[in-house]
Design a protein around this ligand. Structure first.
Ligand code: GSH
Length: 201
């Protein structure tokens, strides 16, 4: 399997984590952003949106971090990461949507701004972040993991941009349940970090 990757991308880190947790063999292909390789004709054939991550699994091409998590869970992971129960499946999917929406438009966007200098609507991203963090912190008050009290792709989808939130000048110290969940996640066997993550453990 080949992972088309951007080293500093939290979205790519979701896939790197999942591949490690599943113990799968893979090669990393780092896209050269300096030459806008993500917009090259060859890469646009794999992902017309010109974004990483994408994978090529023996000819099966999947783009988008959440679609890749679903694919890997269903193909290689099974029920431990996923669920066939309609209610639990809906809950997992709701967190994948939160990762693609509020997490991306809140903490990830603030990181883009403060770390990479991208112009954004800071107030909107900050308000989105505050609302999101309060919701997740309350949700984690009486559970270890986001869904059904077991680790799933929901946790993997949410993890990187919360662990990187400090790079967007977001202070998580008063969100005690989130901090405990980050530490729990980072204690998992086969956990792998990325540049920018300050481990909570
Ligand atoms: N919805 C996509 C978003 C992917 C995305 O935004 N990728 C960024 C890196 S985090 C990217 O490829 N940026 C390069 C560009 O847009 O030129 C996913 O979850 O995979």
């Amino acid at each position: 399997m080949i992972l088309y990757n951007i080293p500093l991308s939290g979205n790519c880190h979701k896939v790197r984590l999942m591949l490690r947790f599943l113990g799968l063999d893979y090669q990393i292909y780092d896209l050269d952003l300096g030459t806008t390789e993500q917009l090259s004709e060859d890469f646009l054939k794999l992902n017309p949106f010109g974004q990483a991550p994408a994978i090529n699994d023996q000819g099966v091409v999947v783009r988008d971090s959440h679609a890749i998590l679903v694919y890997l869970a269903k193909k290689y992971g099974g029920e431990q990461w996923w669920s066939e129960d309609p209610i639990l499946l809906a809950e997992i999917t709701s967190w994948l949507s939160t990762a693609a929406n509020e997490l991306q438009n809140g903490p990830a966007r603030l990181r883009l701004h403060h770390k990479m200098g991208r112009p954004i609507d800071v107030k909107h991203a900050t308000d989105t972040t505050t609302k999101l963090l309060n919701i997740i912190d309350r949700h984690l008050a009486n559970r270890q993991w986001l869904v059904a009290d077991k680790l799933s792709i929901a946790d993997i989808a949410i993890y990187p941009y919360l662990a990187l939130a400090h790079e967007g000048q977001v202070n998580l110290s008063h969100y005690q349940n989130i901090s405990a969940w980050l530490a729990r996640f980072e204690s998992l066997p086969d956990y792998v970090s990325m540049p920018g993550i300050n481990l909570q453990i």
